[in-house]
Design a protein around this ligand. Structure first.
Ligand code: SAH
Length: 339
């Protein structure tokens, strides 16, 4: 059992079943999630409690390498998992604090044309502890506190639903990292059934949808997920989500020159978003070798932004951070350590 993926009440149950007092669970939980340590032999657990957990697992994730951008204060971090897979994460510094981009899977099976993370397919899901480790290792190593978390690293968060929810709840736990749900954003390519599940859990987190195209033919060409969950199914799930949670939804829209930046797209977007409280975040396409399309220039981006604003949308353009270290959206890849 992976002890650092367990909720406090599960840990209590674990100790109780083995004849130990439940408060041992609090000691262990605090050690793992507040002190962010793994050397449990040095915790204040009793000998007996240590004996009980000695055959269980406390999974580790190590920082393998940190790349510093020379253009801004962004860092790209390579994490090494227990099975030698390397995953990438990004740390961004803003006026209001640090924001960390978390990976949820090793690779990804969604197959979006423009995204590097999916080019080798899915290797495996990360556990909640492996997502928490990305946070704890960065905070311990750099001696910082991170306040915002975006689940936009490699992987599709809603394709690893249970572990992602577990991660979010553990990150929020007052006895652990104590992060406000409002400071956590899930980004999804649009797995409509899981959006409904998410609505039913009703956590006050932020939901971002990677939209990128505005009609089914073009979206299915770009994002295979659209063949299973077309725009109408996606829209239904978002209406349900909006009604259930009353949260505003963000539409992420990667701008690809002459592909999705015309007036037709603005009109289609208008009808797609009708009745959904939303905000649009434009992402100028970041280059990857496997996708031979161009990003619009700044003037074209602003033109598209203005057209959307004229239709009454609230629009922001995402800043490109960490350009020199390939840390921008869609550029994160998996690799494996070669000894
Ligand atoms: N799987 C999730 C989260 C990962 S990607 C999702 O699809 O939302 C985070 C964001 O970066 C998504 O909006 C994704 O579509 C976008 N993205 C991927 N490749 C990109 C690229 N080459 N340029 C710009 N944005 C990209």
């Amino acid at each position: 059992m992976e002890l650092n993926s367990l909720y406090l009440d599960e840990l209590r149950e674990f100790f109780k079943e083995r004849g130990e007092k439940a408060f041992r669970a609090n000691q262990l939980f605090t050690f793992l999630h507040e002190k962010k340590r793994k050397d449990i032999e040095n915790s204040n657990l009793s000998k007996n409690a240590l004996e009980i957990i000695k055959c269980e697992d406390v999974v580790e994730t190590k920082i393998f390498k940190i790349f510093d951008s020379k253009l801004d204060e962004t860092k790209k971090i390579l994490f090494k998992l227990w099975d030698n897979n390397l995953i990438e994460g990004v740390l961004m510094k803003y006026k209001h604090g640090y924001s960390q981009c978390i990976s949820t899977q090793v690779g990804c099976r969604m197959g979006c044309d423009f995204c590097a993370s999916t080019k080798d397919g899915l290797v495996r899901n990360l556990t909640a502890a492996e997502m928490l480790n990305q946070v704890y290792e960065i905070e311990n190593t750099l001696n910082i506190n991170v306040s915002n978390f975006i689940l936009m690293g490699s992987g599709e968060p809603l394709d690893n639903f249970d572990e992602v929810i577990r991660f979010i709840k553990l990150l929020h736990d007052k006895k652990g990292h104590n992060t406000s749900y409002r400071n956590i954003t899930i980004s999804t390519c649009g797995i409509a059934d899981r959006i409904i599940d998410l609505a039913n859990i009703n956590l006050p987190i932020n939901l971002a949808i990677s939209l990128h195209q505005t009609n089914d033919i073009d979206r299915s060409n770009l994002m295979p997920v659209n063949k299973k969950y077309n725009l109408s199914k996606l829209r239904d799930s978002l209406i349900y989500y909006s009604e259930k949670t009353n949260n505003r939804i963000t539409f992420e829209y990667t701008l690809i020159k002459n592909q999705n930046d015309g007036i037709k797209n603005v009109e289609e977007l208008k009808s797609f978003a009708k009745g959904i409280k939303c905000h649009i975040n434009l992402i100028p396409l970041n280059p990857i070798d496997e996708f031979d399309e161009k990003r619009p220039n700044n003037q074209e981006i602003n033109h598209f932004k203005n057209m959307l604003e004229e239709k009454g949308f609230n629009v922001t353009t995402r800043r490109e951070l960490g350009k020199d270290i390939s840390a921008s959206c869609g550029q994160l890849r998996r690799s494996v350590e070669v000894n």
